[in-house]
Design a protein around this ligand. Structure first.
Ligand SMILES: Nc1ncnc2c1ncn2[C@@H]1O[C@H](COP(=O)(O)OP(=O)(O)OP(=O)(O)O)[C@@H](O)[C@H]1O
Ligand SMILES: [Mg+2]
Length: 537
């Protein structure tokens, strides 16, 4: 992998990159940065969590003149949370250079945004709806925009932003540099690209499987009514550092987060019906660890980067393979490992197999965790907490009480009782009943209707010459340096992702292109194509 000093970047940008802790470029960065620096249009596809933001952010901040007092770059994102996050990364990258950037998204006070715009930001990062609002109010002018980036372009189309994006782009000068980025590139993206990009370079770093390689993927087959108990047991058994649980609907998310709270978990829900304040609060708490379980709709599936997310649990099976890939991609980021569990009801098994087929990754079946495993997991966490206090040596004021209790009681019994209390074993569990959700069923997708019959180069699947064990962070080895050092143990050595088992059986399964052409509305799989930003699931 290249170090960042090999790209000929400005020292101030290099310094920012170093301060962010990036040592080597990731493959998508290595390929995309030179193309973007040249000012060529590009379509960038790489697995979740492999640094696509910096792949467009670095060349962008590098080429902007700080003396510029006009908006010269526009980044569009599908969700508010993502706009905020991308804005933060751009801010960090441009810090030493003094680049001014501003996030613009729905739900935030427009007057505040107008005040921000008076500071003459050079880069605007926004969601399409609110951007259009500003354009109509003439508080944002796009006449001087030279670079446009569409992050998660496919999702924006899927959410029904096509017309908004078209209107916005029609106001940007033709002489511009346009870039699209996503981990998934269904065929409708190719259409968008043909319309809005000029002779784009396809920069794709997708090995055989589209999902990130460091995610251990499993599914649990169960009935709808078993889901909640299974979830609690799974959380207890696995003791995630941070977990994201995806539910199908807003009602589901509300009920589930409330139910988890009743059971004593530090959980909160995130979906599009919450006020912006509530959404911001939940994200802040999740990022700072004051809650460790985020229950969310697909609003959190795209792009969100929260370090410490060790587990993603699909409480409900996602609607389509893209959603699956993006949801589970909230873990296993930046060279770290993660675990993804998917709950599947018997009637949904076909749909799960369909997801496996499209993502070309076998998902391992696991049993519902047993009560014993759940208890063992909880006890382990309690023991770790106790040992942590012991090690910190901050328990002096309890020693007197300990000594006096030990005068009358056996030490093992006494400690066991204290552990029970700490583990919550003294509490009776609250009964929970959730409103059942309808199962998702597998339906055939329309065949690819593209005329040339070729696979779109940016679609799922192997990019020319990509190696199977291509690793997004660091060179070929797994040891030493940069990211590679920080993954514990050797649990998943040697491309342990199913080893040889992925070969055969799966590869041929996409013949006929049954999947690709069908997200442009009308198909059984596409989500409603006119969701607005405000009613996002
Ligand atoms: N070269 C690098 N070295 C180390 N860490 C990096 C590097 N580039 C990016 N990162 C970090 O990796 C994480 C994931 O990056 P990012 O969010 O850009 O991924 P992404 O490819 O856009 O994923 P998604 O498809 O989910 O949107 C971030 O925390 C980012 O700061
Ligand atoms: Mg991203």
């Amino acid at each position: 992998m290249k170090t960042f000093s090999e790209f000929g970047l400005e020292p101030k940008v290099l310094r920012a990159i170093t301060e962010m802790g990036f040592e080597e470029s990731t493959p998508i960065q290595e390929k995309a940065i030179p193309v973007a620096l040249e000012g060529r249009d590009l379509i960038g596809q790489a697995q979740t969590g492999t640094g696509k933001t910096a792949a467009f952010g670095i060349p962008l901040v590098n080429k902007i003149d700080v003396k510029e007092e006009k908006i010269v770059a526009l980044i569009m994102c599908p969700t508010r949370e993502l706009a905020i996050q991308v804005a933060e990364e751009i801010e960090k990258l441009g810090r030493f250079k003094g680049i001014r950037s501003l996030p613009i998204y729905g739900g935030q006070d427009i007057v505040k945004q107008i005040r921000g715009l008076r500071k003459k930001p050079q880069i605007i990062i926004g969601t399409p709806g609110r951007l259009l609002d500003h354009i109509n109010r003439k508080t944002i002018k796009l006449d001087d925009v030279q670079t446009v980036i569409l992050d998660e372009a496919d999702e924006m189309l899927d959410m029904g932003f096509m017309d908004d994006i078209k209107s916005i782009l029609s106001l940007v000068p033709e002489e511009r540099n346009t870039m699209l980025f996503s981990a998934t590139m269904p065929v409708n993206i190719q259409k968008l690209a043909q319309q809005f990009l000029k002779d784009p370079e396809h920069v794709s770093v997708i090995p055989k499987q589209v999902s990130a390689p460091l995610i251990d993927q499993a599914y649990i087959e169960l009935h709808e009514r078993q889901k909640f108990e299974a979830l609690c047991r799974l959380i207890d058994m696995e003791a995630p550092e941070l977990a994201i649980i995806f539910g199908r609907t807003k009602r589901r998310v509300d009920e589930l987060s409330e139910a988890l709270q009743k059971r004593g978990y530090a959980a909160e829900g995130l979906h599009g019906d919450l006020s912006q304040n509530q959404r911001d609060n939940v994200m802040r708490k999740f990022r700072d660890g004051s809650i460790d379980v985020l229950v969310a709709t697909d609003v959190a599936a795209r792009g969100l980067d929260v370090s410490g997310v060790t587990h993603v649990i699909n409480f409900d099976l996602p609607q389509d393979p893209e959603s699956y890939v993006h949801r589970i991609g909230r873990t296993g980021r930046a060279g770290k490992e993660g675990a993804a569990y998917t709950f599947v009801t018997p009637r949904e098994i076909d749909h799960l197999h369909f997801i496996e087929k499209i993502t070309r990754h076998r998902i391992t079946k696991k049993p519902i965790p047993s009560l014993a495993e759940a208890i063992e997991g909880k006890q382990k966490v309690t023991a770790e907490r106790v040992l942590d206090v012991l090690q910190k040596d901050e328990h002096n004021e309890y020693k007197g009480l300990a000594i006096s209790l030990l005068e009358h009681h056996d030490s093992v019994h006494l400690l066991a009782a204290a552990l029970k209390l700490l583990t919550g074993g003294d509490k009776k569990e609250v009964d929970i009943e959730l409103t059942p959700e309808d199962p998702i069923r597998a339906k055939k997708r329309r065949p690819d209707v593209r005329s040339n019959g070729r696979r779109p180069s940016g679609s799922y699947g192997t990019a020319g010459g990509a190696r199977r064990n291509d690793r997004p962070y660091g060179g070929g080895g797994r040891e030493g340096g940069g990211y590679r050092g920080n993954r514990e143990g050797g649990r998943r050595e040697g491309g342990s992702y199913g080893g040889g088992s992925r070969e055969g059986g799966y590869r041929g399964s996409r013949d006929g292109g049954g999947y690709r052409g069908n997200r442009d509305g009308g198909s059984n799989y596409s989500r409603p194509s006119n969701r607005s930003e405000e009613t996002l699931v």
